[in-house]
Design a protein around this ligand. Sequence first.
Ligand SMILES: Cc1cc2nc3c(=O)[nH]c(=O)nc-3n(C[C@H](O)[C@H](O)[C@H](O)COP(=O)(O)OP(=O)(O)OC[C@H]3O[C@@H](n4cnc5c(N)ncnc54)[C@H](O)[C@@H]3O)c2cc1C
Length: 496
Amino acid sequence: MPLEPTRRNALHGFAAMAVVIGFDPLNRLWVTDDGRQEGGARRAASDTLEALPPLDGTLLVDEASLAAAADDYGHIVHRTPSAVLRPGSVADIVAMVRYCNARGLKVAPRGQGHTTYGQAQTEGGLVVETSPLDRIGQVSGNTVTVGAGALWSSVAKATLAHGLTPPVFTDYIELSVGGTLSVGGLGGQTHRHGSQLDTVTELKVVTGAGELITCSPTRRADLFRAVLGGLGQCAIIVGATLRLVTAPETVRHYQLPYSDLETFLADQRRLVTEGRFSYVEGQVSAAEDGSFTTYVLEAVAYGPPAGPAPDDTQLLAGLRHDPAGAQIADMGYYAFLDRLAAGVAALKEAGLWDWAHPWLNVMLPGDSAAPLAASLLQDLGPDDVGPGGVVLLYPLLRERLRQPMLRTPDDPVPYLMSVLRACPPGDTATVDRLLAANRTAYETVRDSGGLQYPVGSIPFTAADWRDHFGPAWPQLAAARKCYDPRGVLTPGQGVF
Ligand SMILES: Cc1cc2nc3c(=O)[nH]c(=O)nc-3n(C[C@H](O)[C@H](O)[C@H](O)COP(=O)(O)OP(=O)(O)OC[C@H]3O[C@@H](n4cnc5c(N)ncnc54)[C@H](O)[C@@H]3O)c2cc1C
């Protein structure tokens, strides 16, 4: 079904914009109707033109669109596509994936472009924007079906109108559903409900061969499992059905300071294994001397009707946080989900949102989390994290993480550690230094049985990916062969 309003061939409405009419297979260039050079498209002999399928949306080749698609939140990697599809319908994605497939052109789906190392980019291929697929369907029972381009913030608002909510959120909620379902989607509720992948009951996808398929745990389960957390290697998610739970009306938010790493990690572990709170995370920040030795355990108790009224004495019993400096605040549930909004606005205002973000995201095995975290933190100075940067460190429960493509260390309580670095985008020497530091840190973690959480900026080879997927590799490779036999999808991940 076309999206509203129908825009079949509405390109003619853009008077100043050249309209792509086809592809010249000899010169491997898009052909525009006006003969002007538009971005990567040049005029080519019309007798070699292979006409474009009719589209509800727009195929863009103007410089601004190509430049936007050659960037992401990392601002480190820039691969320029030859065209960008702003789909007017799922049928557009099917048609263009088939078209590209037949011509050996790579295709990169792009949600909000918030990965940090070119994962949603392609040099010379087609970027498919999913943001127009932002429809949120009716809440039905305890599920909702949404388009892949819907933002989690919009999904939350729509479901909260029914007293329901997705059970797991990332810290920042302006990410696309398709984007986080391709990588994992972890948050403070993960120890209770798994990752966002574990909350999906059905997917609609367009495979690399251009087939529109509905899959679920019981229908084309191989595809379902390969797509969730599968880094876009087998199919483009176009829609997802998400499980919902009763939403709390208010939450109580606890921030508990610690000055000892081992005590901090042990208390976090205790909380997630006991399940006392609905949400548990933690942060490490720089002390006055610049060392990363200040720890804050962040926990949230949901109020009615999703949980009992919070009882501070019970919830905090036995915790060994520093006596001074604990903060406890009550807030509305949506205000809690959207808690980063003010900080993000301030970063944007200060221009820091546009800085380079060579992020390090790793999972540490629980049994060696303390020495590993200590050694990684010891190597950090304020310049390695940067203004507005932060270090997250919190435990997950492996038994709740059930999707095979989301790799986790072989340990019941692995820890996610994210060094969310920021540095000036033009400072290539610092960017290169931090990328090298990420690789060194990754190798240290890997050699102790840890893994990367694949949203950051760690230089990675195809052999590293094989290692990363480990026992899940044969499933991913088989699904790739079956559903994307020409290997056109999502080259920016560098998996195949
Ligand atoms: C400020 C910030 C905070 C974050 N916080 C968290 C957090 O708390 N927890 C967490 O888990 N992650 C977090 N992330 C990481 C985030 O989950 C990933 O970067 C996610 O992929 C971003 O979604 P996106 O829509 O921007 O995806 P994109 O960056 O556009 O795409 C990510 C990858 O998925 C592919 N892809 C995109 N859409 C689709 C689709 N529909 N079908 C198939 N493949 C697709 C892309 O090609 C790319 O390879 C955060 C990122 C930022 C910038």
